[in-house]
Design a protein around this ligand. Structure first.
Ligand code: DGL
Length: 276
């Protein structure tokens, strides 16, 4: 099993922050990454829709016989983790629990801020994950819906970005937040601006790093980590692979050599008629 790849999906390019962290931590692992660029953004869609998309993405990744699935999307982790985990044989890792654990560890005051998409915030998944570990923690949540389109347009600094960040985050420090979780794949790209608004003393948790640690722990525990080989990532996208390549650089720190288009009929299977 150790030579099988790790399957990772996100709504688009943002999950590449997880690929970057994983590649640094586990350079021998082969990764198959699927970005659902045809249906991004997930962050404003309902839980039922996200669960259907997530299951279709997993079914696509299963063709590569992965040893593990990583849900590198906060919105899909928030809405669909249990739903998917019930339907696959291999371990499924999301980004919420690792991020919550890192926040609990970092916080001194117990006042933890979470910024994420509307759907993630509405699901209260971070709140549950944090309070499961630290029942007395106080959670301050804020949806920041303009952040994703700004990053997708390559706007990660400048006046407009600072203005939007101030509008969303200005009040957090007054509420005593000492740790802020970037609960969306795109937000690490805005880390510098976010830091300038919340102040250097607020600890910023980026769940990609923590997720890589969790993946490593599970691979070691099951003794299925790749022992040889050069690793590497194959990239797939459900629309506009050229745009994916361009944007990927921002999240991955490198431009993928090639991105393969997955035609809709290859994975929009109607994989799950879903009811809550
Ligand atoms: N990947 C999503 C997340 O982490 C952000 C982009 C989207 O809304 O699809 O929540």
């Amino acid at each position: 099993m150790s030579q099988q790849p790790i399957g990772i999906f996100d709504s688009g390019v943002g999950g590449l922050t997880v690929v970057k962290a994983l590649t640094a931590a586990l350079p021998r692992e082969r990764i198959v990454y699927f970005g659902d660029t045809a249906r991004v953004p997930y962050g404003i869609k309902s839980g039922n829709t996200i669960r259907r998309y997530a299951l279709e993405n997993v079914r696509f990744l299963e063709r590569f016989d992965p040893k593990m699935i990583v849900v590198a999307c906060n919105t899909a982790s928030a809405a669909a983790m249990d739903y998917i985990a019930d339907k696959v044989e291999v371990p499924v890792v999301g980004v919420i629990e690792p991020g919550a654990a890192a926040a609990v560890q970092a916080s001194r005051t117990g006042v933890i801020g979470i910024v994420a998409t509307e759907t993630t915030i509405a699901s209260r998944a971070y709140e549950r994950a944090v309070t499961a570990l630290a029942p007395k923690a106080r959670i301050v949540q804020k949806a920041c819906p303009l952040f994703v389109p700004m990053v997708e347009e390559g706007r990660v600094e400048g006046q407009i970005v600072r203005l939007v960040a101030r509008e969303y985050l200005g009040g957090l420090c007054e509420l005593g937040v000492d740790t802020l979780v970037l609960g969306c794949t795109h937000y690490p790209a805005l880390k510098e601006v976010i830091r300038s608004v919340v102040g250097a003393e607020v600890k910023i948790v980026d769940s990609a790093q923590e997720t890589a640690r969790t993946v490593r722990a599970i691979l070691d525990e099951r003794d299925i980590a790749a022992e040889a080989g050069a690793g590497g990532t194959q990239f797939y996208a459900s629309d506009n692979p050229e745009r994916f390549r361009r944007l990927a650089t921002l999240f991955l720190g490198a431009t993928p050599v090639s991105v393969t288009l997955v035609e809709p009929e290859d994975f929009f299977s109607g994989a799950g008629a879903i009811s809550d």
